[in-house]
Design a protein around this ligand. Sequence first.
Ligand SMILES: [Ca+2]
Ligand SMILES: [Ca+2]
Length: 240
Amino acid sequence: MSQLYTFWVDESGAVTVDWVVLTGAMAGVGLTAAAVMNTAVVDLASDFADIYAAQGIGLGGGSDDDLQARSDAWGSANRVTNGSFETIEGLINAGWGLYSADGRIDGWDTLSENGPELIASGYNGIIGTDGDWMLDLEGSAGNVTIGQTIPDAVDGEVYRLTLDAADAVGTNEIQVIWGGNVVQTIRPSVGVMSNYTIDMVGGAGDGSNTVLISGLGIEDNEGAYIDNVSVARVETPDAD
Ligand SMILES: [Ca+2]
Ligand SMILES: [Ca+2]
C-alpha cells in the first residue's frame, strides 16, 4: 500500500504540469474551459486506469472466483474509505477549515492540482449530513478532483453511489466519472444538502472500477460541498 501511495504522489506531480498548461491556454475562455477540463479529467482517469492495469491493480488480481468470493463477503456494505470526511488526523487547521500538507485526504487520491479542503458543517449556512466535516470541491483556488478505486468490484454487478451535495452560491457542478466515463453531472441544490444516487456497473468503461468526483464551475473559491459518499453493491434477486 505504501508503494501505491508513493506512486500516486509522483503521478500527481506529472499531472500538475499538464493541468497548468491547459489552464494557461484556456485563460479567459470562461465556461468553455470547463468542458475542455472535463475531457482532461476523463483522459486522466483513463491514464490512471492504464497504469493500474499495468501494475495489476484495480481488479485486485486473483481468479474471477476469488473476486466473486471477496465481493460476496462485502455484501452490500459501503466500500468507500472516509466517505464522510471525518478522518482528520494530520490535517492542518486554517481557520476556515482543514487542509492537507500533501494535498491528500485519507482514503482518497487527488487528481487535480489543488488538494481538497474540509469545511465544518454549517459553513456558509450549509449543514452536513453526517458528522462534523464536509469536503469543498474547490480549493484555494481551483476545482478539485478526488477519487478512489472500489475494492473487489465484480464485472457486471451494480454498485450504487450515493452522496449528499449542496452549493452555497449556485454556480457549481459536480461530475461523477466511473471507469473513465462521465456517468452523472450534478447541479447541487442551493443552500441545503440533497441526496444524489448513481448506479454504476462493475468493469464498465476502462475496467478500473475507479470513481472520480470532480468539481466544476467558475473558479472563485466557492465550490460545491459533498458529504456522506458511499458505494455499495446493489443486492439483486438470485438469478442463478
Ligand atoms: Ca461528514
Ligand atoms: Ca466555483
